[in-house]
Design a protein around this ligand. Structure first.
Ligand code: 13P
Length: 278
């Protein structure tokens, strides 16, 4: 069933679990995310980042996701991840995305508030929910995201940000990184608890890849209900592709795509189980 991120997150918040938002870049990534979630009977958020607009035809892609979602026996939502441009947000809204993330985290707080508020006004006129971020994730290994400052979210700023912008979901920076950790992860769960006290919207954790299971569980216990995952799934697919390069055989592309999807499903399964408490 094709549904909205809002309805998926309201349910997750009530029942105290988190939903995976898988970054996708192809038919196979979408099929893998939906197949795994259907097998485990869990909702899923399909997240397309603005950075993939160059390689993915957004109009065709969103039509494809809607068809897959309608055929699925679980709730499936379509979300725009890390958008920096107003045009991308409007394009996603026109394509039927149920939620968009405006990322103004590189700006000072007042500027981030001003810009985010404008995006919220536009999106809400179309009935679309908005996620935004204050604080900024650093970039670890193998990530495809922008390098952030690594600044953590200040709870008082979070309160002001949510009040003034009217955002629907808040991405909290508590020490996770985009990509794999290069040292010991330093994730501040007590800070998340204070952010939870300060704001009353569903909280989002970026940087699911490589984050220790106990920190994921603690995050969910402290109000995280959407967790973004990109790098680890990509690594699983590329690790599979590397095995082909090492072989003398030249397999048919259709088989390569199917096996690559299976590799991604295996990686995604671990996250869906962990996030949903299965
Ligand atoms: P990872 O690449 O660390 O899984 O993070 C993904 C993410 O947060 C996308 O917004």
């Amino acid at each position: 069933m094709f549904t909205t991120t809002r309805s998926i997150l309201e349910e997750a918040r009530r029942k105290r679990y988190a939903v995976a938002a898988f970054n996708v870049y192809s038919m196979e990534t979408v099929q893998a995310a939906v197949a795994v979630s259907e097998r485990l009977r869990q909702p899923v958020i399909i997240a397309l980042g603005e950075r993939y607009f160059d390689t993915v035809d957004v109009e065709a892609f969103s039509a494809f996701v809607k068809v897959i979602a309608e055929k699925a026996g679980i709730p499936v939502a379509l979300h725009l991840d890390h958008a920096y441009e107003k045009q991308s947000i409007i394009r996603a809204i026109r394509c039927g995305f149920g939620s968009v993330m405006y990322d103004g985290s590189k700006y000072p707080l007042e500027e981030n508030i001003r810009r985010t508020k404008e995006m919220v006004e536009i999106a809400h006129m179309a009935g679309v929910s908005v996620e935004a971020e204050i604080g900024s994730l650093a970039r670890g290994a193998f990530s495809d995201e922008e390098e952030g400052s690594g600044a953590l979210t200040d709870p008082d700023s979070a309160r002001a940000f949510v009040q003034e912008t009217g955002v629907d979901f808040l991405a909290a920076a508590i020490g996770t990184v985009h990509g794999m950790y290069t040292g010991e992860p330093n994730i501040d769960i007590p800070l998340l608890g204070r952010i939870r006290q300060a704001v009353d919207v569903p909280l989002v954790l970026h940087g699911g890849s490589g984050t220790p299971d106990d920190k994921i569980r603690d995050s969910i216990a402290n109000g995280i209900c959407k967790i973004n995952v990109n790098t680890e799934v990509s690594m699983a697919a590329v690790a599979y592709l590397k095995t082909i390069g090492e072989s003398d055989k030249l397999p048919h592309l259709s088989n390569v795509m199917a096996d690559m999807q299976a590799a991604m499903e295996q990686s995604m399964e671990k996250f869906v189980k962990l996030f949903s408490g299965l």
